[in-house]
Design a protein around this ligand. Structure first.
Ligand code: FES
Length: 217
């Protein structure tokens, strides 16, 4: 699946805004503090870009059922790609696919095969979900036909172990794929929190800011 792209434009925009806010702070030091006081920067993300949060339903990201809630009966030890679906401020369902880094991968393994460092509190009946975007340079990860117990990033052969917290087991990725805690709900899959860490391209601090900003959407 190649239609999704890295979110570099958004990240660049965010960095630009951060620079702009820093500049505003410097200007404030020159005497405009009062004028700027109480002025809140506009929201930078939309409901379609908010990261997965507690209560989101996972929906198929591709195939004939695209946009429909995932059925746990369809899941396997191969990748199922998903988007989180939340709600806008009016309660209308929104699939969060405007941010490519929101792409998720979901598996169902025999429960006994799932081991640390997977967060077992975020797993139910062998169903486990992770970010679907490589932590090296932001490509989509995929199944690995030659070593099916692993998943592979096609860009530079980064390899992850989805039964062990998607830890890195080969190639250049600097860290594991963040895990999305889930529970099973009415035959589908629901997020019980946010990703365990920043998706590709964000620092911990940017990630925390983004989650805070998401609460305002
Ligand atoms: S982008 Fe995945 S290994 Fe380089």
């Amino acid at each position: 699946m190649t239609k999704y792209r890295r979110a570099d434009p958004e990240i660049s925009r965010r960095k630009f805004i951060n620079v702009a806010l820093g500049t505003a702070g410097a200007v404030g030091g020159l005497g405009l503090v009062t004028a700027l006081a109480g002025v809140r920067p506009p929201n930078r993300i939309t409901a379609g870009k908010v990261p997965a949060i507690e209560g989101d339903i996972l929906v198929y990201a591709e195939g004939s059922q695209s946009g429909q809630p995932i059925k746990t009966s369809d899941l396997s030890d191969k990748i199922t790609r998903a988007w989180p679906q939340g709600k806008d401020k009016d309660g209308k369902p929104v699939i969060k696919k405007d941010e490519p880094n929101n792409l998720l991968i979901v598996f169902k393994f025999p429960t006994a095969e799932i081991v640390a460092p997977t967060d077992l509190k975020g797993v139910q009946d062998g169903v486990v979900a992770y970010s679907g975007i490589c932590q090296h340079l932001g490509c989509q990860v995929g199944d690995n036909p030659s070593k099916p117990e692993t998943i592979l990033c096609p860009c530079h052969s980064g390899a992850y172990d989805p039964r062990a917290g998607c830890k890195v087991i080969g190639g250049p990725p600097p860290k594991p794929l963040p895990q999305l805690p889930i529970k099973l709900d009415a035959g589908g899959v629901m997020a019980t929190g946010s990703l365990s860490g920043p998706y590709f391209g964000l620092t911990e601090s940017d990630w925390k800011s983004l989650l805070e900003e998401a609460k305002t959407i």
